[in-house]
Design a protein around this ligand. Structure first.
Ligand SMILES: CC(C)(COP(=O)(O)OP(=O)(O)OC[C@H]1O[C@@H](n2cnc3c(N)ncnc32)[C@H](O)[C@@H]1OP(=O)(O)O)[C@@H](O)C(=O)NCCC(=O)NCCS
Length: 184
């Protein structure tokens, strides 16, 4: 007798540009960030989890992101709950000579939501938003030890143009980072 194979329900994944926090959004985004900081050595959004009042600083940070005209927050949802994000950083209005180029930063997905394609979708949405804004070049950088992210960027068409040995300082040690660009 053959046993019936149970179908695993597919995760409901969605990405969107976020311009205001509604309901549990800010809380969920901070939870996802804290979970990533706990799980992923050196992931910090600019400050370390050992610092006091991380939660207050995170909330203030993300509220601030929504106020910066050049920053566009893109969030990824797993069954409706924010599980990760990326930020598109557009050129400042005063920057005429590089008005074609943007960068992406603070790209992460909480450990519990990884492996469902959220990070790839986040990056694609940031690229689409850059295109909608008339931008033609996207830049990013990543620590040289982040294998998953490097695989993702290289399979999304990013070209590595350089490596900086003195990229970041982690626990007193200097670590290298790779720099990438993509023509949109
Ligand atoms: C990198 C990260 C954003 C990927 O998130 P994710 O939602 O799991 O990624 P996706 O599901 O979209 O998968 C993207 C690709 O990475 C691959 N991948 C996942 N883990 C990997 C690993 N350890 N080594 C190599 N490739 C890996 C996946 O197989 C997938 O490639 P495929 O489509 O060719 O199979 C997530 O692991 C993370 O937040 N890491 C910590 C923070 C970080 O590194 N941020 C990026 C640079 S600052």
């Amino acid at each position: 007798m053959t046993e019936a194979v149970k179908e695993v329900p597919k995760a409901n994944i969605r990405v969107e540009l976020l311009n205001e926090f509604k309901g549990e959004d800010l809380n969920d985004l901070c939870d996802a960030t804290e979970a990533t900081m706990k799980d992923t050595y050196g992931f910090s959004i600019g400050f370390h989890r050992s610092e006091p009042l991380v939660r207050d600083r995170l909330e203030a940070y993300f509220k601030g992101v929504l106020l910066v005209p050049e920053r566009q927050l893109v969030v990824g949802r797993y069954d409706g709950t924010i599980a990760g994000s990326i930020q598109l950083i557009k050129p400042a209005a005063s920057n005429q000579t590089s008005a074609f180029a943007a960068s992406v930063d603070n790209h992460f997905v909480a450990p519990w939501a990884r492996g469902h394609g959220i990070a790839r979708k986040l990056l694609e949405e940031a690229e689409n938003e850059a295109r909608r804004c008339g931008l033609t070049l996207l830049k990013l950088s990543v620590r040289a030890t982040r294998e998953a992210a490097i695989h993702l960027y290289e399979t999304c068409g990013y070209t590595r143009w350089g490596t900086l040995e003195k990229y970041e300082i982690m626990a007193g040690e200097i670590v290298a980072g790779h720099f990438y660009y993509k023509d949109l």
